[in-house]
Design a protein around this ligand. Structure first.
Ligand SMILES: *Cc1c(COP(=O)(O)O)cnc(C)c1O
Length: 332
């Protein structure tokens, strides 16, 4: 992949999903003893950065495309639905019957068709494959696609254009589309910058795969950072190799550290974040980020369940499927 693809993506998404604020966090920065910047991707129209990649991928489709299809019930599904609506294209989102009604409704509200199939995301994926062929739809992958990676990379372009002196960048990491694009742009503009991928310590697909030297399957478990769950796909073509070549390393954070980071962002900055967005702050608070110079992290999204969020910020226990995060009130 080339920086030129990121620059082209920046042109394509201009005025729709770009130029989110870059906030200097006085309060948290002072607590952490480090100049700290927050890239506010949670202010995107769908509440998460994935709109950049989806808009760029859809903008690159040939004239006469019948429509788009994807399997994600989370931020990627919302992004594809929003971008397709804007382009006047049909959008189909496949999901299993286990997906909660609220998520189905949110995707439908963006004008996408919802196809409910099977009892797992894998079974829904098989149906997506069938519809892709039968109805001539184009699949928009959540991370392993050059146009998606280039779209997410525009975040790195915006951060480094505003802050060329940054010492380090902390990027929430799942399938690695975001980290790959951001690292490509950031290191093109400042080759000396350190770019760290940050994941939860349970089911960290990219971390495990980088350690193994190739994509490996992981067991998916419930996490406060639910947007960071899932594997890289056995047929991974782009995001694994880019993360291997461009990231300076990965940092893992515990559920308790994510919990405390969500509290810190709320109490110190009055920001509502989903767990996945708070992992960069969790890495800093747990003392895992080398260096003392200016650092930025990407607040990737705010699409948290509000009941869960209010339990976190009021210090209550959180029962995940197989694990309880012990409640504690925020102490700076
Ligand atoms: C998708 C997502 C990520 C991770 O992006 P990848 O490209 O899969 O690594 C991080 N945070 C949020 C909120 C997301 O929706």
């Amino acid at each position: 992949m080339e920086m030129a693809e990121v620059l082209a993506a920046a042109q394509r998404i201009r005025g729709r999903a770009d130029a989110t604020p870059l906030l200097k966090s006085e309060a948290l920065g002072a607590r952490l003893g480090r100049e700290l910047w927050l890239k506010m991707e949670l202010m995107q129209p769908i509440g998460a950065f994935k709109l950049r990649g989806a808009l760029n991928a859809i903008a690159g489709l040939p004239e006469g495309t019948a429509g788009v299809i994807c399997c994600s019930t989370g931020n990627h599904g919302r992004a594809v639905a929003w971008a397709a609506r804007e382009a006047g294209l049909r959008a189909v989102v496949c999901m299993s019957r286990l997906v909660p009604e609220a998520k189905v409704a949110a995707i439908r509200a963006l004008g996408a068709e919802v196809q409910i199939h099977g009892a797992s995301q894998d079974e829904a994926g098989v149906e997506a494959q069938r519809l892709e062929e039968a109805e001539g739809l184009v699949q928009i992958p959540p991370f392993d696609h050059p146009a998606v990676i280039a779209g997410q990379g525009t975040i790195g372009l915006e951060i480094l254009t505003a802050l060329p002196h940054l010492e380090a960048l902390l990027v929430p990491l799942s399938g690695g589309g975001l980290a790959a694009g951001v690292a490509l742009a950031a290191k093109t503009l400042n080759p000396g910058i350190k770019v760290w991928g940050v994941s939860m310590d349970r089911g960290a697909a990219m971390h495990e795969s980088l350690a193994a030297g190739h994509p490996v399957p992981v067991t998916e478990v419930a996490s406060l950072a639910d947007s960071l769950g899932g594997g890289l796909g056995a047929q991974n073509r782009y995001s694994f190799a880019l993360c291997r070549d461009l990231l300076d390393g990965t940092i893992l954070v515990t559920e308790a550290q994510i919990y405390r980071a969500m509290q810190a962002l709320y109490v110190e900055e009055r920001l509502v974040t989903e767990g996945a967005a708070a992992v960069g702050i969790a890495a800093l608070q747990s003392g895992q980020v080398p260096g003392t110079g200016p650092v930025a992290t990407i607040l990737t999204g705010r699409n948290t369940d509000m009941d869960l969020f209010s339990r976190v910020v009021s210090g209550q226990d959180i029962a995940l499927e197989d694990y309880t995060v012990k409640g504690a009130r925020y102490e700076p």
